[in-house]
Write a protein that binds this ligand. Structure first.
Ligand SMILES: Cc1cc2nc3c(=O)[nH]c(=O)nc-3n(C[C@H](O)[C@H](O)[C@H](O)COP(=O)(O)OP(=O)(O)OC[C@H]3O[C@@H](n4cnc5c(N)ncnc54)[C@H](O)[C@@H]3O)c2cc1C
Length: 400
């Protein structure tokens, strides 16, 4: 058994590595256990909000990420029935962020940047192919069972543990922590194509949500491609949904008369709305997808997870250096679980309901509401403050 005064982190996703970076900045030793043999290359979240970019800037990662991403200066809502409902320019919130735009960049770019930058730090230890299997704790520390790829299990010890091991978190299971919520009946299909949608859709923005009772969807521009996301009905099998023919049929609904797109990638995934009953159990914490999951409408999953990581890391660093009492760590749960419940869950569910609304009166309400917000400068400012997750940070401070 190794025994050390370190913070252990399960998972080298964006949340685990952001937590590691924030702890190392405060000279706290960390060990990250990552089950896979290397950092994930999966195509998943691809939107960084202004609030997250401000944080990443403080940590010294924003410049490299921005260089590899695409700045989206605006976002819009439209509906098939009414056309463009509202367009928003992030420039309006230049007074409250250093990054008045969304950055479109795949999450694996961030994890690579963080890992590369941390690699020279003697306090940074990362172990690939090491899967956390169990957790026990006592008054002085945490003991974790770690399984290597050859099957051997070893015990490691640290002072605190952050479970940033994703939606199927073993840390959460080891704590027997309930993951309350529900799973949507439809899955989401993401189709990527290099096709230039600006050439066929007038007044398009790089982040565009399209409301429609039959086939709502969104278009998200990333470097070199567009990602389009569609809900897939329960009666369609996974195998069928992942065929080229099926993806082409979804794309064919976007621009009337246009078919036969070049498809470079498809992902199908099940979408949940769940929040762990608590984000803290003694010396163990949950962060990111391990703590909360939601639909991707609004891009709040990874962004909210990075916000968790930074909130928790700063608190742990203060306790570590004797600058704060351990009770202060309860504020992490109060603030970040509070935000997951009242902000991320509420708004991501409302976003989906607005896009899929079948009742014409509901469609009218959404249209009128979006038009009213976009036509009033103060309302538009408040709206952008909310969707950029700046408002959630202010609200978190009030919660704990
Ligand atoms: C297919 C897919 C598509 C998505 N698309 C979008 C999207 O378009 N927009 C959006 O906003 N969000 C999207 N998401 C959600 C987004 O990717 C997550 O919110 C984000 O990755 C959360 O980061 P994380 O670090 O908490 O978890 P993860 O990124 O899941 O990282 C967890 C890490 O922990 C490792 N791990 C797991 N178990 C263990 C263990 N026992 N021991 C050690 N390591 C372990 C994993 O290998 C992984 O590297 C998507 C998710 C999925 C699954």
């Amino acid at each position: 058994m190794t025994s050390d005064n370190r913070v252990l982190i399960a998972g080298a996703g964006p949340v685990g590595l952001a937590a590691a970076a924030a702890l190392l900045r405060r000279n706290v030793r960390v060990t990250v256990f990552e089950a896979s043999a290397s950092l994930s290359e999966e195509s998943r979240a691809s939107t960084f909000h202004p609030s997250t970019l401000d944080f990443l800037d403080e940590l010294g990662f924003a410049g490299d990420l921005i260089a590899q991403g695409l700045k989206a200066p605006g976002l819009q809502y439209r509906s098939r029935r009414d056309g463009v409902l509202a367009r928003f320019d992030f420039g309006l919130i230049h007074d409250i962020t250093h990054h008045p735009y969304r950055l479109q960049a795949e999450q694996f770019k961030l994890t690579r940047i963080i890992h590369t930058k941390l690699s020279g730090d003697p306090n940074y230890q990362i172990e690939f192919g090491r899967c956390l299997r169990g957790v026990t704790q006592d008054a002085n520390g945490v003991t974790v069972q770690v399984q290597s790829t050859d099957g051997a299990v070893e015990e490691c010890r640290g002072s605190w543990l952050i479970g940033a091991d994703g939606a199927r978190s073993e840390v959460r299971s080891a704590l027997a922590m309930e993951f309350e919520g529900f799973t949507w009946p439809e899955r989401f299909l993401v189709v990527s194509t290099p096709f230039d949608f600006y050439s066929v859709i007038p007044e398009l923005d790089p982040v565009t949500y399209v409301a429609d009772p039959q086939q709502w969807h969104f278009l998200l521009q990333i470097p070199g491609a567009w990602r389009l996301m569609f809900p897939i009905a329960p009666e369609v099998s996974d195998a069928d949904a992942l065929t080229e023919v099926f993806a082409q049929a979804q794309l064919a609904t976007v621009v009337p008369g246009r078919t036969d797109y070049e498809i470079i990638h498809t992902t199908l995934y099940r979408v949940h709305q769940r929040v762990a009953k608590s984000f803290r159990a003694g010396r163990v914490f949950l962060a990111g997808d391990a703590a909360h999951i939601n639909n991707p409408l609004g891009g709040m999953g990874m962004n909210g997870g990075i916000h968790d990581a930074l909130n928790l890391a700063e608190r742990l660093a203060r306790v570590w250096h004797g600058e704060a009492d351990e009770h202060d760590l309860d504020r992490y749960d109060a603030q970040r679980r509070g935000i997951a419940m009242e902000y991320v869950q509420m708004h991501s569910i409302a976003n989906k309901r607005n896009l899929e609304a079948r009742d014409p009166a509901e469609q009218d309400r959404f249209r009128d509401e979006m038009r009213a917000i976009a036509s009033d400068r103060n309302c538009a400012h408040a709206y952008l403050e909310r969707v950029s997750m700046i408002a959630s940070l202010k609200r978190a401070a009030e919660l704990g």
